[in-house]
Ligand binder design. Structure first.
Ligand SMILES: Nc1ncnc2c1ncn2[C@@H]1O[C@H](COP(=O)(O)OP(=O)(O)OP(=O)(O)O)[C@@H](O)[C@H]1O
Ligand SMILES: [Mg+2]
Length: 551
């Protein structure tokens, strides 16, 4: 009976759905396995490799070989590993303790993702302690042809590494019949970003489209096609710039139509690929359908009637109507069933909306540069003004001193207060010698706010200057009658007469909090003493932070 059971009908939805997310991100969940058409030898005349023949032999594959296509065959050291001082030691020791070049050079921190060809890890490079991503090919090199195909990816990564919207490539090597590629670490893929945000504002969608069109244009300008454009193969860096990645299927258009191409993910595949037609327009279709997925949070079918509908220009109303008509039109023409009717990257980049954004970007760059220049010159001017002000005060004191209206302070004597603590005595009050004038002078030195910023002249001075000022300065807190305000520096200095040998104002600043505590207890003992403004010490710290921010 069991043998004659009727086959179960295939369950398939007849309606488009939103993307599903079951709590944890699995990059492979929606990715059907790639169908590899055939293996064809790829020309690798320019491959720099010290021992390119026999790489699959057991012995030779134990040794790490650098892979580089840069500079053609003239690049003599491309085949020599290690490439960094640390790696040099690594290479020596790896021979002795059986550690791979990867393990010697990197600390593996996390797995970032996995595709049909490789696993990608977040690593820390031991030579510079920076974070990178390293992609390790999943399958062993099964032969020279397969190896050459994998190495083609290195050539492409190197080729597009300099473009702002393509992933930055660092270096590649092979060992144990595997390919290792070190590249810049990105924050996340566009697919991960979509799962995280779900609803992406349309303004952002346009920016993503602009980034990707720029990246794709750099390929198309060289007559190359990507063939695997999808959200998972777009990475976002820390500056929110989208970058094209995964150049594993990149191929010259002419070669592609010579049966040498491999199809990418079927969910993003252009319809004409089924007839073996590979063109730049196929990339435009893939980008268009990826934008549809991104803008409408739509789950793309990998086959079936819905797959065909999307390729016949029938876009589901309930999804497409959620976005603006302008974006709808762009997506629709990118997904046109007829490849010849699809716009090129250049035509798309000249879309009024994208043109406007590019202009805005340009002016933003200029504006950013200008504002940076302005901030720097403003700061320089500010410092000069402060110096001038200080000089003016000094001159004023000097003149007053000549006119005998002001007498420089002498070192204060020690005094003992009621609580038994010996503290520095208040300097002789100038008001005692010349009535009326000096009090104003003290306030000028000790507590003049500059402009509308919460800071003091002394804050802008070098350590020596601040000490000089404080010597002219404000009387100590304890037992003082007239003090209205005091910078902590002056207060600090007077209180720390015991440490007069110290030449560093910063050091005394560090001790400020201690002294303030003592001061507080002193104040408690003598209730009539006015309080010192403790906030001033906070202001000083803030000022330094402010300066470094502006840098
Ligand atoms: N530089 C990087 N920074 C951060 N994550 C990365 C980086 N490179 C790759 N990834 C993550 O690893 C995943 C797989 O990488 P990649 O697409 O290069 O592998 P693949 O095997 O060629 O994939 P595919 O099946 O698409 O061909 C990416 O989707 C991404 O999530
Ligand atoms: Mg990929």
């Amino acid at each position: 009976m069991d043998k004659h059971r009727l086959p179960l009908p295939e369950m398939s939805d007849d309606k488009h759905r939103h993307k599903q997310f079951n709590g944890h991100f699995d990059s492979n969940r929606f990715r059907p396995p790639k169908y590899k058409t055939r293996y064809v030898a790829v020309e690798n005349n320019n491959l720099n490799r010290s021992q390119s023949s026999g790489s699959c032999s057991a012995n030779n594959s134990q040794i790490a070989h650098a892979i580089s296509f840069r500079g053609g065959s003239e690049c003599s050291d491309a085949g020599t590993l290690p490439v960094s001082p640390n790696a040099a030691a690594a290479s020596q020791s790896s021979m002795s303790c059986n550690k791979s070049h990867f393990e010697e050079c990197f600390e593996r921190l996390a797995k970032l993702g996995e595709g049909s060809f490789g696993e990608v890890f977040q690593v820390r490079d031991r030579s510079d302690s920076r974070l990178y991503a390293v992609k390790i090919s999943k399958q062993l090199f099964r032969g020279e042809q397969y190896r050459a195909e994998r190495l083609e990816e290195v050539r492409r990564y190197e080729e597009f590494s300099g473009h702002e919207n393509c992933i930055r490539f660092i270096r590649a090597w092979e060992q144990y019949d595997r390919l290792f590629m070190q590249m810049e670490l990105c924050r996340e893929s566009l697919e991960q970003y979509l799962y995280r945000c779900r609803h992406i504002p349309e303004e952002r969608i346009w920016h993503i489209l602009l980034d990707l069109l720029r990246g794709l244009k750099s390929l198309h300008d060289r007559n190359l096609i990507h063939l695997d454009i999808k959200l998972d193969n777009v990475l976002i860096d820390d500056d929110d710039t989208c970058k094209l990645a995964d150049f594993g299927l990149v191929i010259d258009v002419d070669k592609a139509n010579n049966h040498q191409a491999t199809e990418g993910d079927s969910r993003y595949m252009a319809p004409e690929i089924l007839q073996g037609q590979f063109s730049k327009a196929a990339d435009i279709f893939s980008l268009g359908i990826a934008m549809l997925e991104l803008a409408c949070y739509m789950d793309l079918p990998s086959n079936g009637p819905l797959w065909h509908e999307l390729r016949q220009g029938k876009l589901p109303e309930e999804f497409i109507n959620t976005i603006s008509v302008e974006l709808q039109q762009v997506i629709k023409c990118m997904m046109s069933p007829e490849p010849r009717l699809r716009p090129t990257t250049e035509q798309l980049l000249s879309h009024p909306r994208l043109q406007r954004m590019q202009k805005e970007e340009k002016s933003m760059v200029t504006l950013k540069l200008l504002s940076k220049c302005f901030r720097r010159s403003r700061r320089a001017l500010w410092m000069k003004m402060c110096n001038l002000k200080t000089t003016a005060y000094r001159c004023l004191f000097y003149i007053l001193e000549i006119l005998h209206l002001y007498k420089p302070l002498t070192a204060p004597k020690s005094a003992t207060y009621g609580n038994g603590n010996a503290v520095a005595a208040a300097p002789a009050s100038p008001s005692a010698t010349v009535p009326g004038v000096p009090r104003v002078e003290f306030q000028l030195v000790g507590s003049t706010p500059i402009g509308n910023r919460d800071c003091y002249v002394s804050d802008f001075l070098l350590a020596m200057d601040t000490l000089e000022l404080s010597q002219q300065g404000t009387p100590t807190a304890c037992g003082r009658e007239n003090l209205v305000n005091s910078t902590p520096l002056n207060h600090n200095h007077n209180k720390s007469n015991r440490q007069r040998g110290s030449s560093s104002a910063r050091k005394s600043q560090a001790e400020n909090s201690n002294l303030l505590a003592k001061d507080a207890s002193c104040s408690r003992a003598n209730a009539s003493t006015p309080k010192v403004l403790e906030t001033s010490s906070f202001r000083r710290i803030r000022l330094f932070t402010l300066d470094s921010d502006e840098e």
